[in-house]
Design a protein around this ligand. Structure first.
Ligand code: GLN
Length: 456
């Protein structure tokens, strides 16, 4: 813990940790020491971790990287961070992210962007660690903590993991409790681990997940011993390669890495089959209707009364001015854009044309996967991202769709509620990490982790 705290202080330039909790960490580390000495160490006893700022942590600022939650210190602890504490882990502080988890580069954060510890060969330009869990990815990649929590609504665990050469798994929807995690799009949000290895991900996922009566969408299922399932034996498993993920203009490096990954799985005894997921091309548009729709509803609670900040008012201002000024000052551009899009697609005149249509598309996307699994496929292999990490400031606010295109391989998994994992798969021609994604059957994270283990 002390070594990590030192590393964090020395790595301020990465802007990964936005609130540090050193005193609390030392106290928890001492308690962990005692448990180890008493021979009663739980699975993560004494392991220093970072927690994404989206998780409510009791008495510790939890702002979802938004100005509107400035000064908010929850009275309660999220179920996931509580479970991690119960497993003996030591929280070092809160990690940077895109505001309300909306973004793919960590650049929408009120704290300014986190920075990746990676650089292109022979170049000093700063790169994005990805988003929205950018601080988590940067901190794990730079050895500021052993592991971190992330959340994934459309790719926010898997894309930053791929950009930083780390491992990130989004579990099946309902595997981890959402209680105490600031909501972005409730039907898509899931928490998951971001780690240095598949084994660490298995251990941490087991500690984080499980039924929680406080989240009505949390599944009443026993938690398997994920680590024990890492045998590396994938003989006879059928791995699907979906043709719709072969996009025009995809860098050659990614094509090669995808083929190499399939070869590796084949060498380990798996059978590689070509499959089709015909509705893939509608996933991104459907996601960018559904996610903002849910966000606009979830973010209505930030009204200047219940949480965080209230704008300064002038004489004569009424409640409407209070809402308007608070939300105009407190929310950043991307969040305002999402609230506007979401409100529009939910409005009486456009509800059927956009929101209901997107929901129907979502059902078709889910069915694509169900059909593939029913035909005997055990897991699906795709690239995690359409490119390696890009430079900070390279994608401008002027064209948000460019940024949204980053999520093209990841959003399908959230729409279908499936588990997906990103594993490091090698470096591109400029020396940057690239990741592969494996998509699994619902509730079969153990199998998925084991297949990823064979790829590692
Ligand atoms: N980049 C996507 C978005 O901006 C996904 C974010 C996420 O998974 N939280 O909505």
């Amino acid at each position: 813990t002390e070594a990590c705290l030192k590393a964090i202080d020395a790595a301020d330039a990465l802007n990964a940790f936005v609130h540090k909790t050193p005193e609390m960490a030392i106290e928890r580390a001492k308690a962990a020491d005692l448990r180890i000495k008493a021979g009663e160490a739980p699975s993560m006893c004494g392991l220093p971790v970072g927690i994404k700022d989206l998780f409510c942590t009791k008495g510790v600022p939890s702002q979802a990287a938004s100005g509107i939650l400035e000064g908010f210190k929850p009275e309660y602890e999220s179920t996931v961070s509580q479970k991690l504490a119960d497993a003996g882990s030591v929280m070092l502080g809160k990690l940077n992210m895109d505001e309300f988890a909306m973004g793919s580069s960590n650049e929408t954060s009120v704290y300014g962007n986190a920075v990746s510890p990676w650089r292109r060969d022979g170049d000093t330009a700063e790169l994005t660690p990805g988003g929205s869990s950018g601080g988590s990815a940067s901190a794990v990649a730079a050895d500021l903590c052993l592991a971190a929590t992330g959340t994934d609504t459309g790719g926010s665990i898997r894309q930053p993991a791929a950009f930083t050469g780390t491992v990130g798994i989004k579990p099946t929807y309902g595997r981890c409790s959402r209680w105490g995690i600031v909501a972005f799009a409730s039907s898509l949000d899931q928490a998951g681990p971001m780690t240095k290895s598949v084994r660490d991900a298995a251990i941490m996922l087991e500690a984080m997940c499980g039924h929680d009566p406080k989240d009505s969408t949390s599944a009443e299922l026993a938690v398997p011993d994920f680590e024990a399932m890492l045998t590396g034996d994938i003989k006879g498993k059928k791995i699907g390669i979906p043709k719709e993920y072969r996009m025009d203009g995809m860098p050659g490096g990614i094509e090669k890495l995808w083929a190499d990954g399939a070869e590796m799985l084949k060498a380990a005894g798996a059978e590689i089959v070509d499959i089709s997921l015909p509705h893939t091309k509608y996933a991104l548009p459907a996601y960018y209707v559904i996610a903002p729709a849910e966000a606009s509803s979830n973010l209505a609670r930030y009204d200047g009364v219940r949480y965080g900040q209230r704008a300064a008012l002038e004489a004569g201002d009424g409640i409407t001015e209070m809402y308007e000024k608070t939300r105009a000052e407190g929310f950043g551009h991307e969040v305002q854009r999402r609230v506007m899009v979401g409100t529009y697609v939910l409005s009486a005149g456009f509800y059927d044309a956009y929101y209901n249509r997107a929901r129907r598309v979502r059902t078709l996307i889910k069915k694509d996967f169900e059909d593939a699994f029913a035909a005997g496929v055990d897991a699906i292999l795709t690239p995690a991202t359409p490119s390696a990490a890009f430079g900070l400031g390279e994608m401008t606010d002027a064209d948000p769709v460019q940024m949204y295109l980053n999520d093209v391989f990841t959003v399908t998994v959230n729409l279908a509620g499936l588990p997906g994992i990103a594993v490091p798969a090698g470096l591109d021609s400029q020396g940057l990490p690239l990741g592969l994604q494996l998509i699994g059957k619902p509730w079969e994270e153990g199998d998925l982790l084991n297949t990823a283990y064979a790829l590692e």
